[in-house]
Design a protein around this ligand. Structure first.
Ligand code: PA5
Length: 416
């Protein structure tokens, strides 16, 4: 199985500063692996995922596939970004029996009536199931979407059958969703209390919707468990040291992806790093950018503008799907493949941006497989936790997120 690789295109002084953090990174990693820190239940979780729970997820996924052709996945932040990233990233040729699994639609990550009305219109006449995911069970955005889609299920199938088409992932004990699931008998799964939302993609939060879309979650877990191999653990550590050194001099980290299949992974990484590191006045703002697209819109700024950023590039080395162009009317492109052109973009932009002294980290992803996705997620999670600890922030809380919720709820109470 091919492995993820990470390359550093930076100056030697930066790599020396990163190397100087090596001992502290070992200490941080030891704190993660040896326990004692709150919210580290995700560490090594893939390797010890309970078999009975895994089988129940797969059985439920097959049941969902038997009932519907459209699956509405409701959640926000860490409760949906990981599943979305996996579904966009993994090539269905790597999936089980493509074609028999439902199409997934996401809801509850905004409060747009336009978005949800369009979704309702699109799905009204499809065979539907709903997976609702909320650790707290009380977040407004998914609660509103759940009310809407539960209403649609009741209208289409009646209350009893609607309850058989609702699946919940939530806390083991508390919250409105937990109480409702118990009362109505929804098939339910637990997000362990020591795993935070943004570290939860390899828990039932991610695994249930991913399996229900026909992706081989055992392969995904195998990729992540493989990340426990010393080589990949070392990758995560070095990645963390370089990022921690860069955080001292740059205020933005761009996540540049070269393939739309990686766009949602970049969105997941934005949350992981932004919510974990952006606190106490620290952190580099993570910004996802699409290449080649944004080289034709922001390329001028990258090359020549204010040098406040470094780049983490996300490149798939051997995509399973490719096109070799054959058209004698187009001699400039004929006989060449998209993957060859895309590699040229990677190498060209690396060369140009290095000439402008921009520090570059290149994450080279072997292919669009479930196994590679598992590796990628786990290396990023380890890297993020170690970087946060090196920076002296708590990478597992998100106190700042509450501020907007408080303002929104105050506004709603006053406006009622
Ligand atoms: O990473 C996190 O903890 C957050 O993004 C949460 O996942 C998000 O706020 C949703 O919360 P909940 O699952 O409680 O609805």
């Amino acid at each position: 199985m091919e492995k993820l690789r990470i390359e550093y295109e930076t100056d030697s002084a930066l790599m020396a500063r990163a190397k100087a953090l090596s001992g502290a990174a070992d200490d941080a990693a030891a704190r993660l692996y040896e326990g004692g820190l709150d919210f580290t239940g995700w560490v090594n979780y893939a390797a010890r995922f309970p078999e009975a729970e895994l089988s129940r997820i797969e059985k439920t996924a097959a049941e969902i596939a038997g009932k519907c052709d459209a699956l509405v996945v409701i959640g926000i932040g860490g409760s949906y970004l990981g599943a979305r990233a996996a579904l966009s990233f993994i090539d269905r040729e790597d999936s089980k029996s493509p074609g028999v699994w439902p199409e997934a639609f996401f809801a509850g990550f905004n409060l747009s009536g336009t978005y949800h009305q369009r979704l309702l219109r699109e799905l009204r006449n499809r065979e539907l199931c709903v997976i609702v995911i909320s650790k707290s069970g009380g977040t407004l955005e998914p609660s509103a979407a759940f009310a809407v889609f539960k209403g649609l299920l009741i209208e289409k199938y009646g209350r009893e059958e609607a309850c058989r088409r609702i699946y919940a992932v939530t806390d083991a004990k508390s919250g409105k969703l937990k109480a409702e699931a118990d009362q109505n008998g929804y098939e339910s799964f637990v997000l362990p209390s020591d795993i935070g939302g943004r570290y939860s993609v390899l828990s039932p939060v991610g695994l249930l919707p991913i399996a229900a879309a026909g992706i081989d979650i055992r392969q995904m877990l195998a990729g992540a468990a493989g990340a426990e191999a010393p080589e990949l653990r070392a990758f995560a550590k070095e990645f963390a040291c370089v990022r921690a050194a860069l955080e001292q001099e740059k205020v933005v980290e761009t996540f540049a992806y070269f393939d739309p299949s990686v766009e949602d992974f970049a969105g997941w990484a934005q949350q992981l790093f932004g919510e974990s590191e952006g606190k106490d006045g620290r952190g580099a703002l993570p910004v996802a950018v699409s290449f080649s697209r944004d080289l034709h819109s922001l390329g001028q700024f990258f090359q020549d503008g204010r040098q406040i950023f470094y780049e983490t590039m996300l490149f798939v080395e051997n995509p399973t799907l490719d096109i070799t162009i054959q058209n004698e009317d187009a001699a400039d492109v004929s006989g060449r493949s998209y993957s060859e052109f895309n590699r040229a973009v990677l190498e060209g932009v690396t060369r140009a941006h290095r000439a402008a002294q921009i520090p570059i980290i290149r994450v080279l992803i072997p292919q669009n497989s479930a196994y590679a996705f598992g590796q990628l997620v786990y290396v990023f999670e380890l890297c993020c936790a170690v970087t946060g600890l090196l920076m002296g922030v708590n990478p597992f809380d998100q106190p700042g997120v509450e501020a907007y919720k408080k303002g929104m709820l105050e506004y709603l109470a006053a406006a009622k």
